[in-house]
Design a protein around this ligand. Structure first.
Ligand code: SDX
Length: 431
């Protein structure tokens, strides 16, 4: 019996040999491409728990070991030694850059941070209290109405221009969305600042006074962007791949990813964690909320806990939790009680049989909001911050998908459970 095939036998005894494919690391896959043609059946896997959607060289996660690697480099090493711009280069171009390559890449990003002035008028069309994720997805989608010259997905030069433009302008759009809801004037980017320094400047500078960049805050943001940069075929990245597979322009594909990220089960969880911690209020209320999370009849879940892939600690959560101590020591003592509450909640949940049996650990969203809040970033902007980090991962996957010579439009099938065929009935004959 060959070890490189799975033999599937139908109830009627018809067999199909399904080839096995080996990756560099992680589980092998069974290629079921010919299943429907030979057996007349579809596989069925809502939520894609056991389904690989593509081949990718970008990121690898081992959920049992709590391992996350970008292009083979463990995220802990990149967090300790790299910068977000360097990690962005790595994700996009597969290798760590030379000093000259990094300088050229960073300079290109710095010089594309301004928005077309016409796009700024867009912001005036939103209600003053619009959620910044709604603004972000709308304005990024509108980029396809401004940058016609980078819409040919088959043109390598156009793909490069798009890549640099979207990375450079995302923070500018994000900051403008914040200024809209803060009722403050939009702040133009500065080419003399680093990626994270520029974002802080655009978020918090006001015309009435000079703004001093807080270097601890800039370093914390840079680290958070590294940790959020990519994560295999998560919901929003799969959405970008799906949208891009039809040949849609890349700005629209990224806007689709932003929309998917907004959900509380995904990137919206960091905002939901802060709301949950405020609702819990004090440590003596923790048992009540842990009980609610365990109650099948209660829709409440401990936000920031659990993960489809990690059945061990999310390595990003561990790094962010350690960073909380540093940021709060310098920036946000007033948020120390919130952090203490989060630590107590983690401690009590991880001792609870339910969480142990279901392998529910804190994920990337559990502690990140505490840092954002300590930096003065409003809760409604937390998922926007996630999107700023994740955009480079979405772009890297979009580029990989577009360049795949075997690429096809993504079009899943279904199990139909609706009505049998029936004839139209005139309204006067209906019951
Ligand atoms: C992100 O995919 C990625 O990589 C995402 C991400 C990325 O970088 O892109 O890592 C970012 O989205 C992190 C996840 C943020 N979301 C949350 O923190 C929301 C709270 N967590 C969940 O709702 C849930 O854990 C998910 C959505 C993260 C995972 O859902 P799954 O894999 O579909 O797991 P499940 O819902 O089937 O849960 C398995 C069991 C269930 O119990 P049973 O039906 O088996 O009895 O665990 C329970 C769930 O009820 N469970 C929880 C829980 N999470 C799962 N119970 C209480 N609290 C929770 N948080």
């Amino acid at each position: 019996m060959s070890k490189d095939v799975y033999t599937l036998t139908s109830p009627e005894g018809k067999t199909t040999e399904l080839p096995v494919r080996n990756g560099t690391m992680g589980p092998r896959v069974v290629d079921i491409g010919k299943l429907y043609r030979e057996q007349g059946v579809f596989t069925y896997d809502p939520g894609f728990v056991s389904t690989g959607s593509c081949e990718s060289e970008i990121t690898f996660i081992d959920g049992d070991k709590g391992l996350l690697m970008y292009r083979g480099y463990p995220v802990e090493q990149l967090a300790a030694h790299s910068s977000f711009i360097e990690v962005a280069y790595l994700l996009l171009y597969s290798e760590l850059p030379s000093a000259d390559q990094l300088a050229e890449f960073e300079e290109s990003i710095r010089r594309h941070t301004m928005l077309n002035e016409g796009m700024l008028r867009f912001f005036n069309g939103f209600r003053y209290d619009a959620h910044p994720m709604a603004v972000l997805s709308a304005v990024v989608g509108s980029m396809s109405a401004y940058y016609h010259d980078t819409m040919d997905v088959n043109d390598q030069r156009a793909r490069e221009v798009f890549t640099h433009r979207i990375l450079a302008k995302l923070p500018t759009i994000a900051a403008a969305a914040h200024k809209l809801t803060a009722g403050q004037p939009y702040v133009y980017p500065r080419n003399d600042l680093s990626y994270s320094e520029n974002l802080l400047h655009m978020l918090f500078a006001v015309p009435a006074e000079t703004y001093e960049i807080n270097e601890v805050a800039a370093q914390a943001l840079d680290l958070l962007f590294i940790l959020h940069a990519d994560h295999e075929q998560n919901c929003s990245t799969s959405t970008v791949r799906m949208a891009g597979s039809s040949g849609a322009n890349p700005y629209s594909a990224i806007a689709a990813g932003i929309a998917a990220l907004w959900g509380p089960a995904h990137g919206g969880a960091n905002e939901a964690v802060l709301r949950m911690l405020k609702e819990i209020g004090t440590a003596r209320n923790i048992p009540k909320y842990v009980a609610k999370a365990k109650d099948k009849d209660d829709p409440f879940r401990l936000m920031g806990f659990g993960h489809r892939v990690y059945k061990n600690f999310d390595p990003r959560a561990t790094i962010i939790r350690d960073m909380c101590h540093k940021v709060l020591a310098q920036n946000g003592q007033q948020d120390a009680p919130l952090f203490e509450l989060a630590l107590r909640l983690e401690e009590m949940a991880l001792k609870d049989e339910y969480f142990i049996e279901k392998n529910l650990y804190p994920n990337v969203d559990f502690y990140s909001g505490i840092i954002y809040r300590a930096l003065g970033i409003p809760t409604s902007m937390f998922t926007v911050m996630f999107a700023i980090g994740r955009t480079v991962g979405w772009v890297a996957h979009w580029r990989e998908m577009i360049r795949d010579p075997n690429g096809r439009i993504s079009r899943p099938r279904q199990l139909y459970t609706g009505s049998q065929q029936r004839d139209y009935m005139a309204i006067e004959k209906r019951g």
